[in-house]
Design a protein around this ligand. Structure first.
Ligand code: PPE
Length: 308
């Protein structure tokens, strides 16, 4: 049995394919040269039915990632939206993770990707808490990775490209083998970037800091959500370069991401952060985010796309 919670169908370039049959050729360009860009989105159960959180923003980032890699997505945003809604319905899921992926398929090998077809697949499945069930309340223990994040002019971090996750895997494997839940990578200039699959926030003296876009980060949709919500709660949010040692002396630290949502960090390199448990700012932001995604408060930003 697979670790992933299998659903019934996967959408592949226009067709609903049974989960077990959603296959590509082993000589597809993507397998050899990481020629793919993707997204990770969540749909939540609300009183008014299933709602996809910030779908348009994720879609925009998918087309942006493809643009950077000179890939032309052979479907319009409207087509991908309809495909996703239909897929969630046909799989009978009321909350799920959504993984659209755009990849170079089978035609020829060799680095030059241009002749290989650009194909699209979308999968949906149930995915629980990314860093463990207790992580959302108890927080996680993390380390500063010995691996750096890639520089902007190497593998552009703003593109959510599969190749970037070779670096992410080095960070994650090291952390896991050393007994930590996650690693935080520094940039080549030694400022802080992000976790292997999450953005990072820091609270100190009542102000909130997060690495700026030039810090080798993915421009996270949850990051943007948290910046918006924190400002609404009256906090000053500063996007800047963050030196490593700021991590250790933070009052609170937390990760953000579609999969990780808002996950508190309770220690870095075995140094307890603040009181060593989830802090009040982290908790307030979690409560605000969860109330919005579950449709419990008014969706003033138009962030929810109801599928019915
Ligand atoms: N940084 C990285 C490197 C990253 O992969 C993610 C998402 C984020 C930041 C947060 O971005 P956003 O989801 O838009 O707030 N990581 C995805 C899953 C990683 C994985 O497949 O594992 C995710 O959270 O969906």
């Amino acid at each position: 049995m697979a670790g992933i919670k299998e659903a019934k169908y996967i959408w592949m370039s226009g067709k609903m394919v049974p989960w077990q049959d959603a296959k590509i050729h082993v000589l597809s360009h993507v397998v050899h040269y990481a020629s793919a860009v993707f997204e990770g989105v969540r749909a939540y159960k609300t009183k008014k039915g299933t709602a996809i959180f910030r779908w348009e923003d994720h879609l925009r980032r998918l087309y942006d990632s493809a643009k950077i890699y000179r890939m032309e997505i052979p479907f319009s945003p409207e087509e991908l939206t309809q495909a996703t809604i239909q897929l969630i319905k046909e799989n009978g899921l009321d909350s799920c993770y959504i993984r659209p992926i755009v990849y170079r398929g089978y035609y020829d090998l060799g680095v030059n990707p241009f002749k290989c077809p650009v194909e699209v697949a979308i999968a949906v499945w149930e995915w629980g808490a990314y860093l463990g069930e207790e992580a959302l309340t108890q927080g996680v223990d993390v380390m500063v990775s010995s691996w750096n994040r890639m520089a902007h002019n190497t593998f552009p971090p703003m593109a959510k490209a599969t190749g970037n996750y070779a670096n992410a895997q080095l960070i994650k494997m090291e952390a896991v083998l050393y007994g930590f839940a996650e690693g935080i990578a520094l940039n080549p200039d030694n400022t802080v970037s992000e976790g292997s699959g999450e953005n990072l926030f820091l609270v100190r003296n009542g102000k909130i800091y997060t690495p700026a876009l030039e810090s080798g980060i993915l421009p996270g949709i949850t990051r943007d959500t948290v910046i918006t919500l924190a400002r609404e709660l009256g906090y000053e949010v500063i996007e800047t370069l963050i030196p490593r040692e700021m991590l250790y002396i933070a009052d609170e630290l937390f990760f953000t991401g579609t999969a990780a949502e808002i996950t508190p960090i309770r220690s870095v390199d075995k140094i307890p952060i603040g009181t060593g448990s989830r802090g009040p700012v982290t908790k307030a932001l979690q409560e605000k985010l969860f109330a919005i995604v579950r449709g419990e408060v008014e969706d003033t930003h138009g962030w929810l796309l109801y599928i019915d």
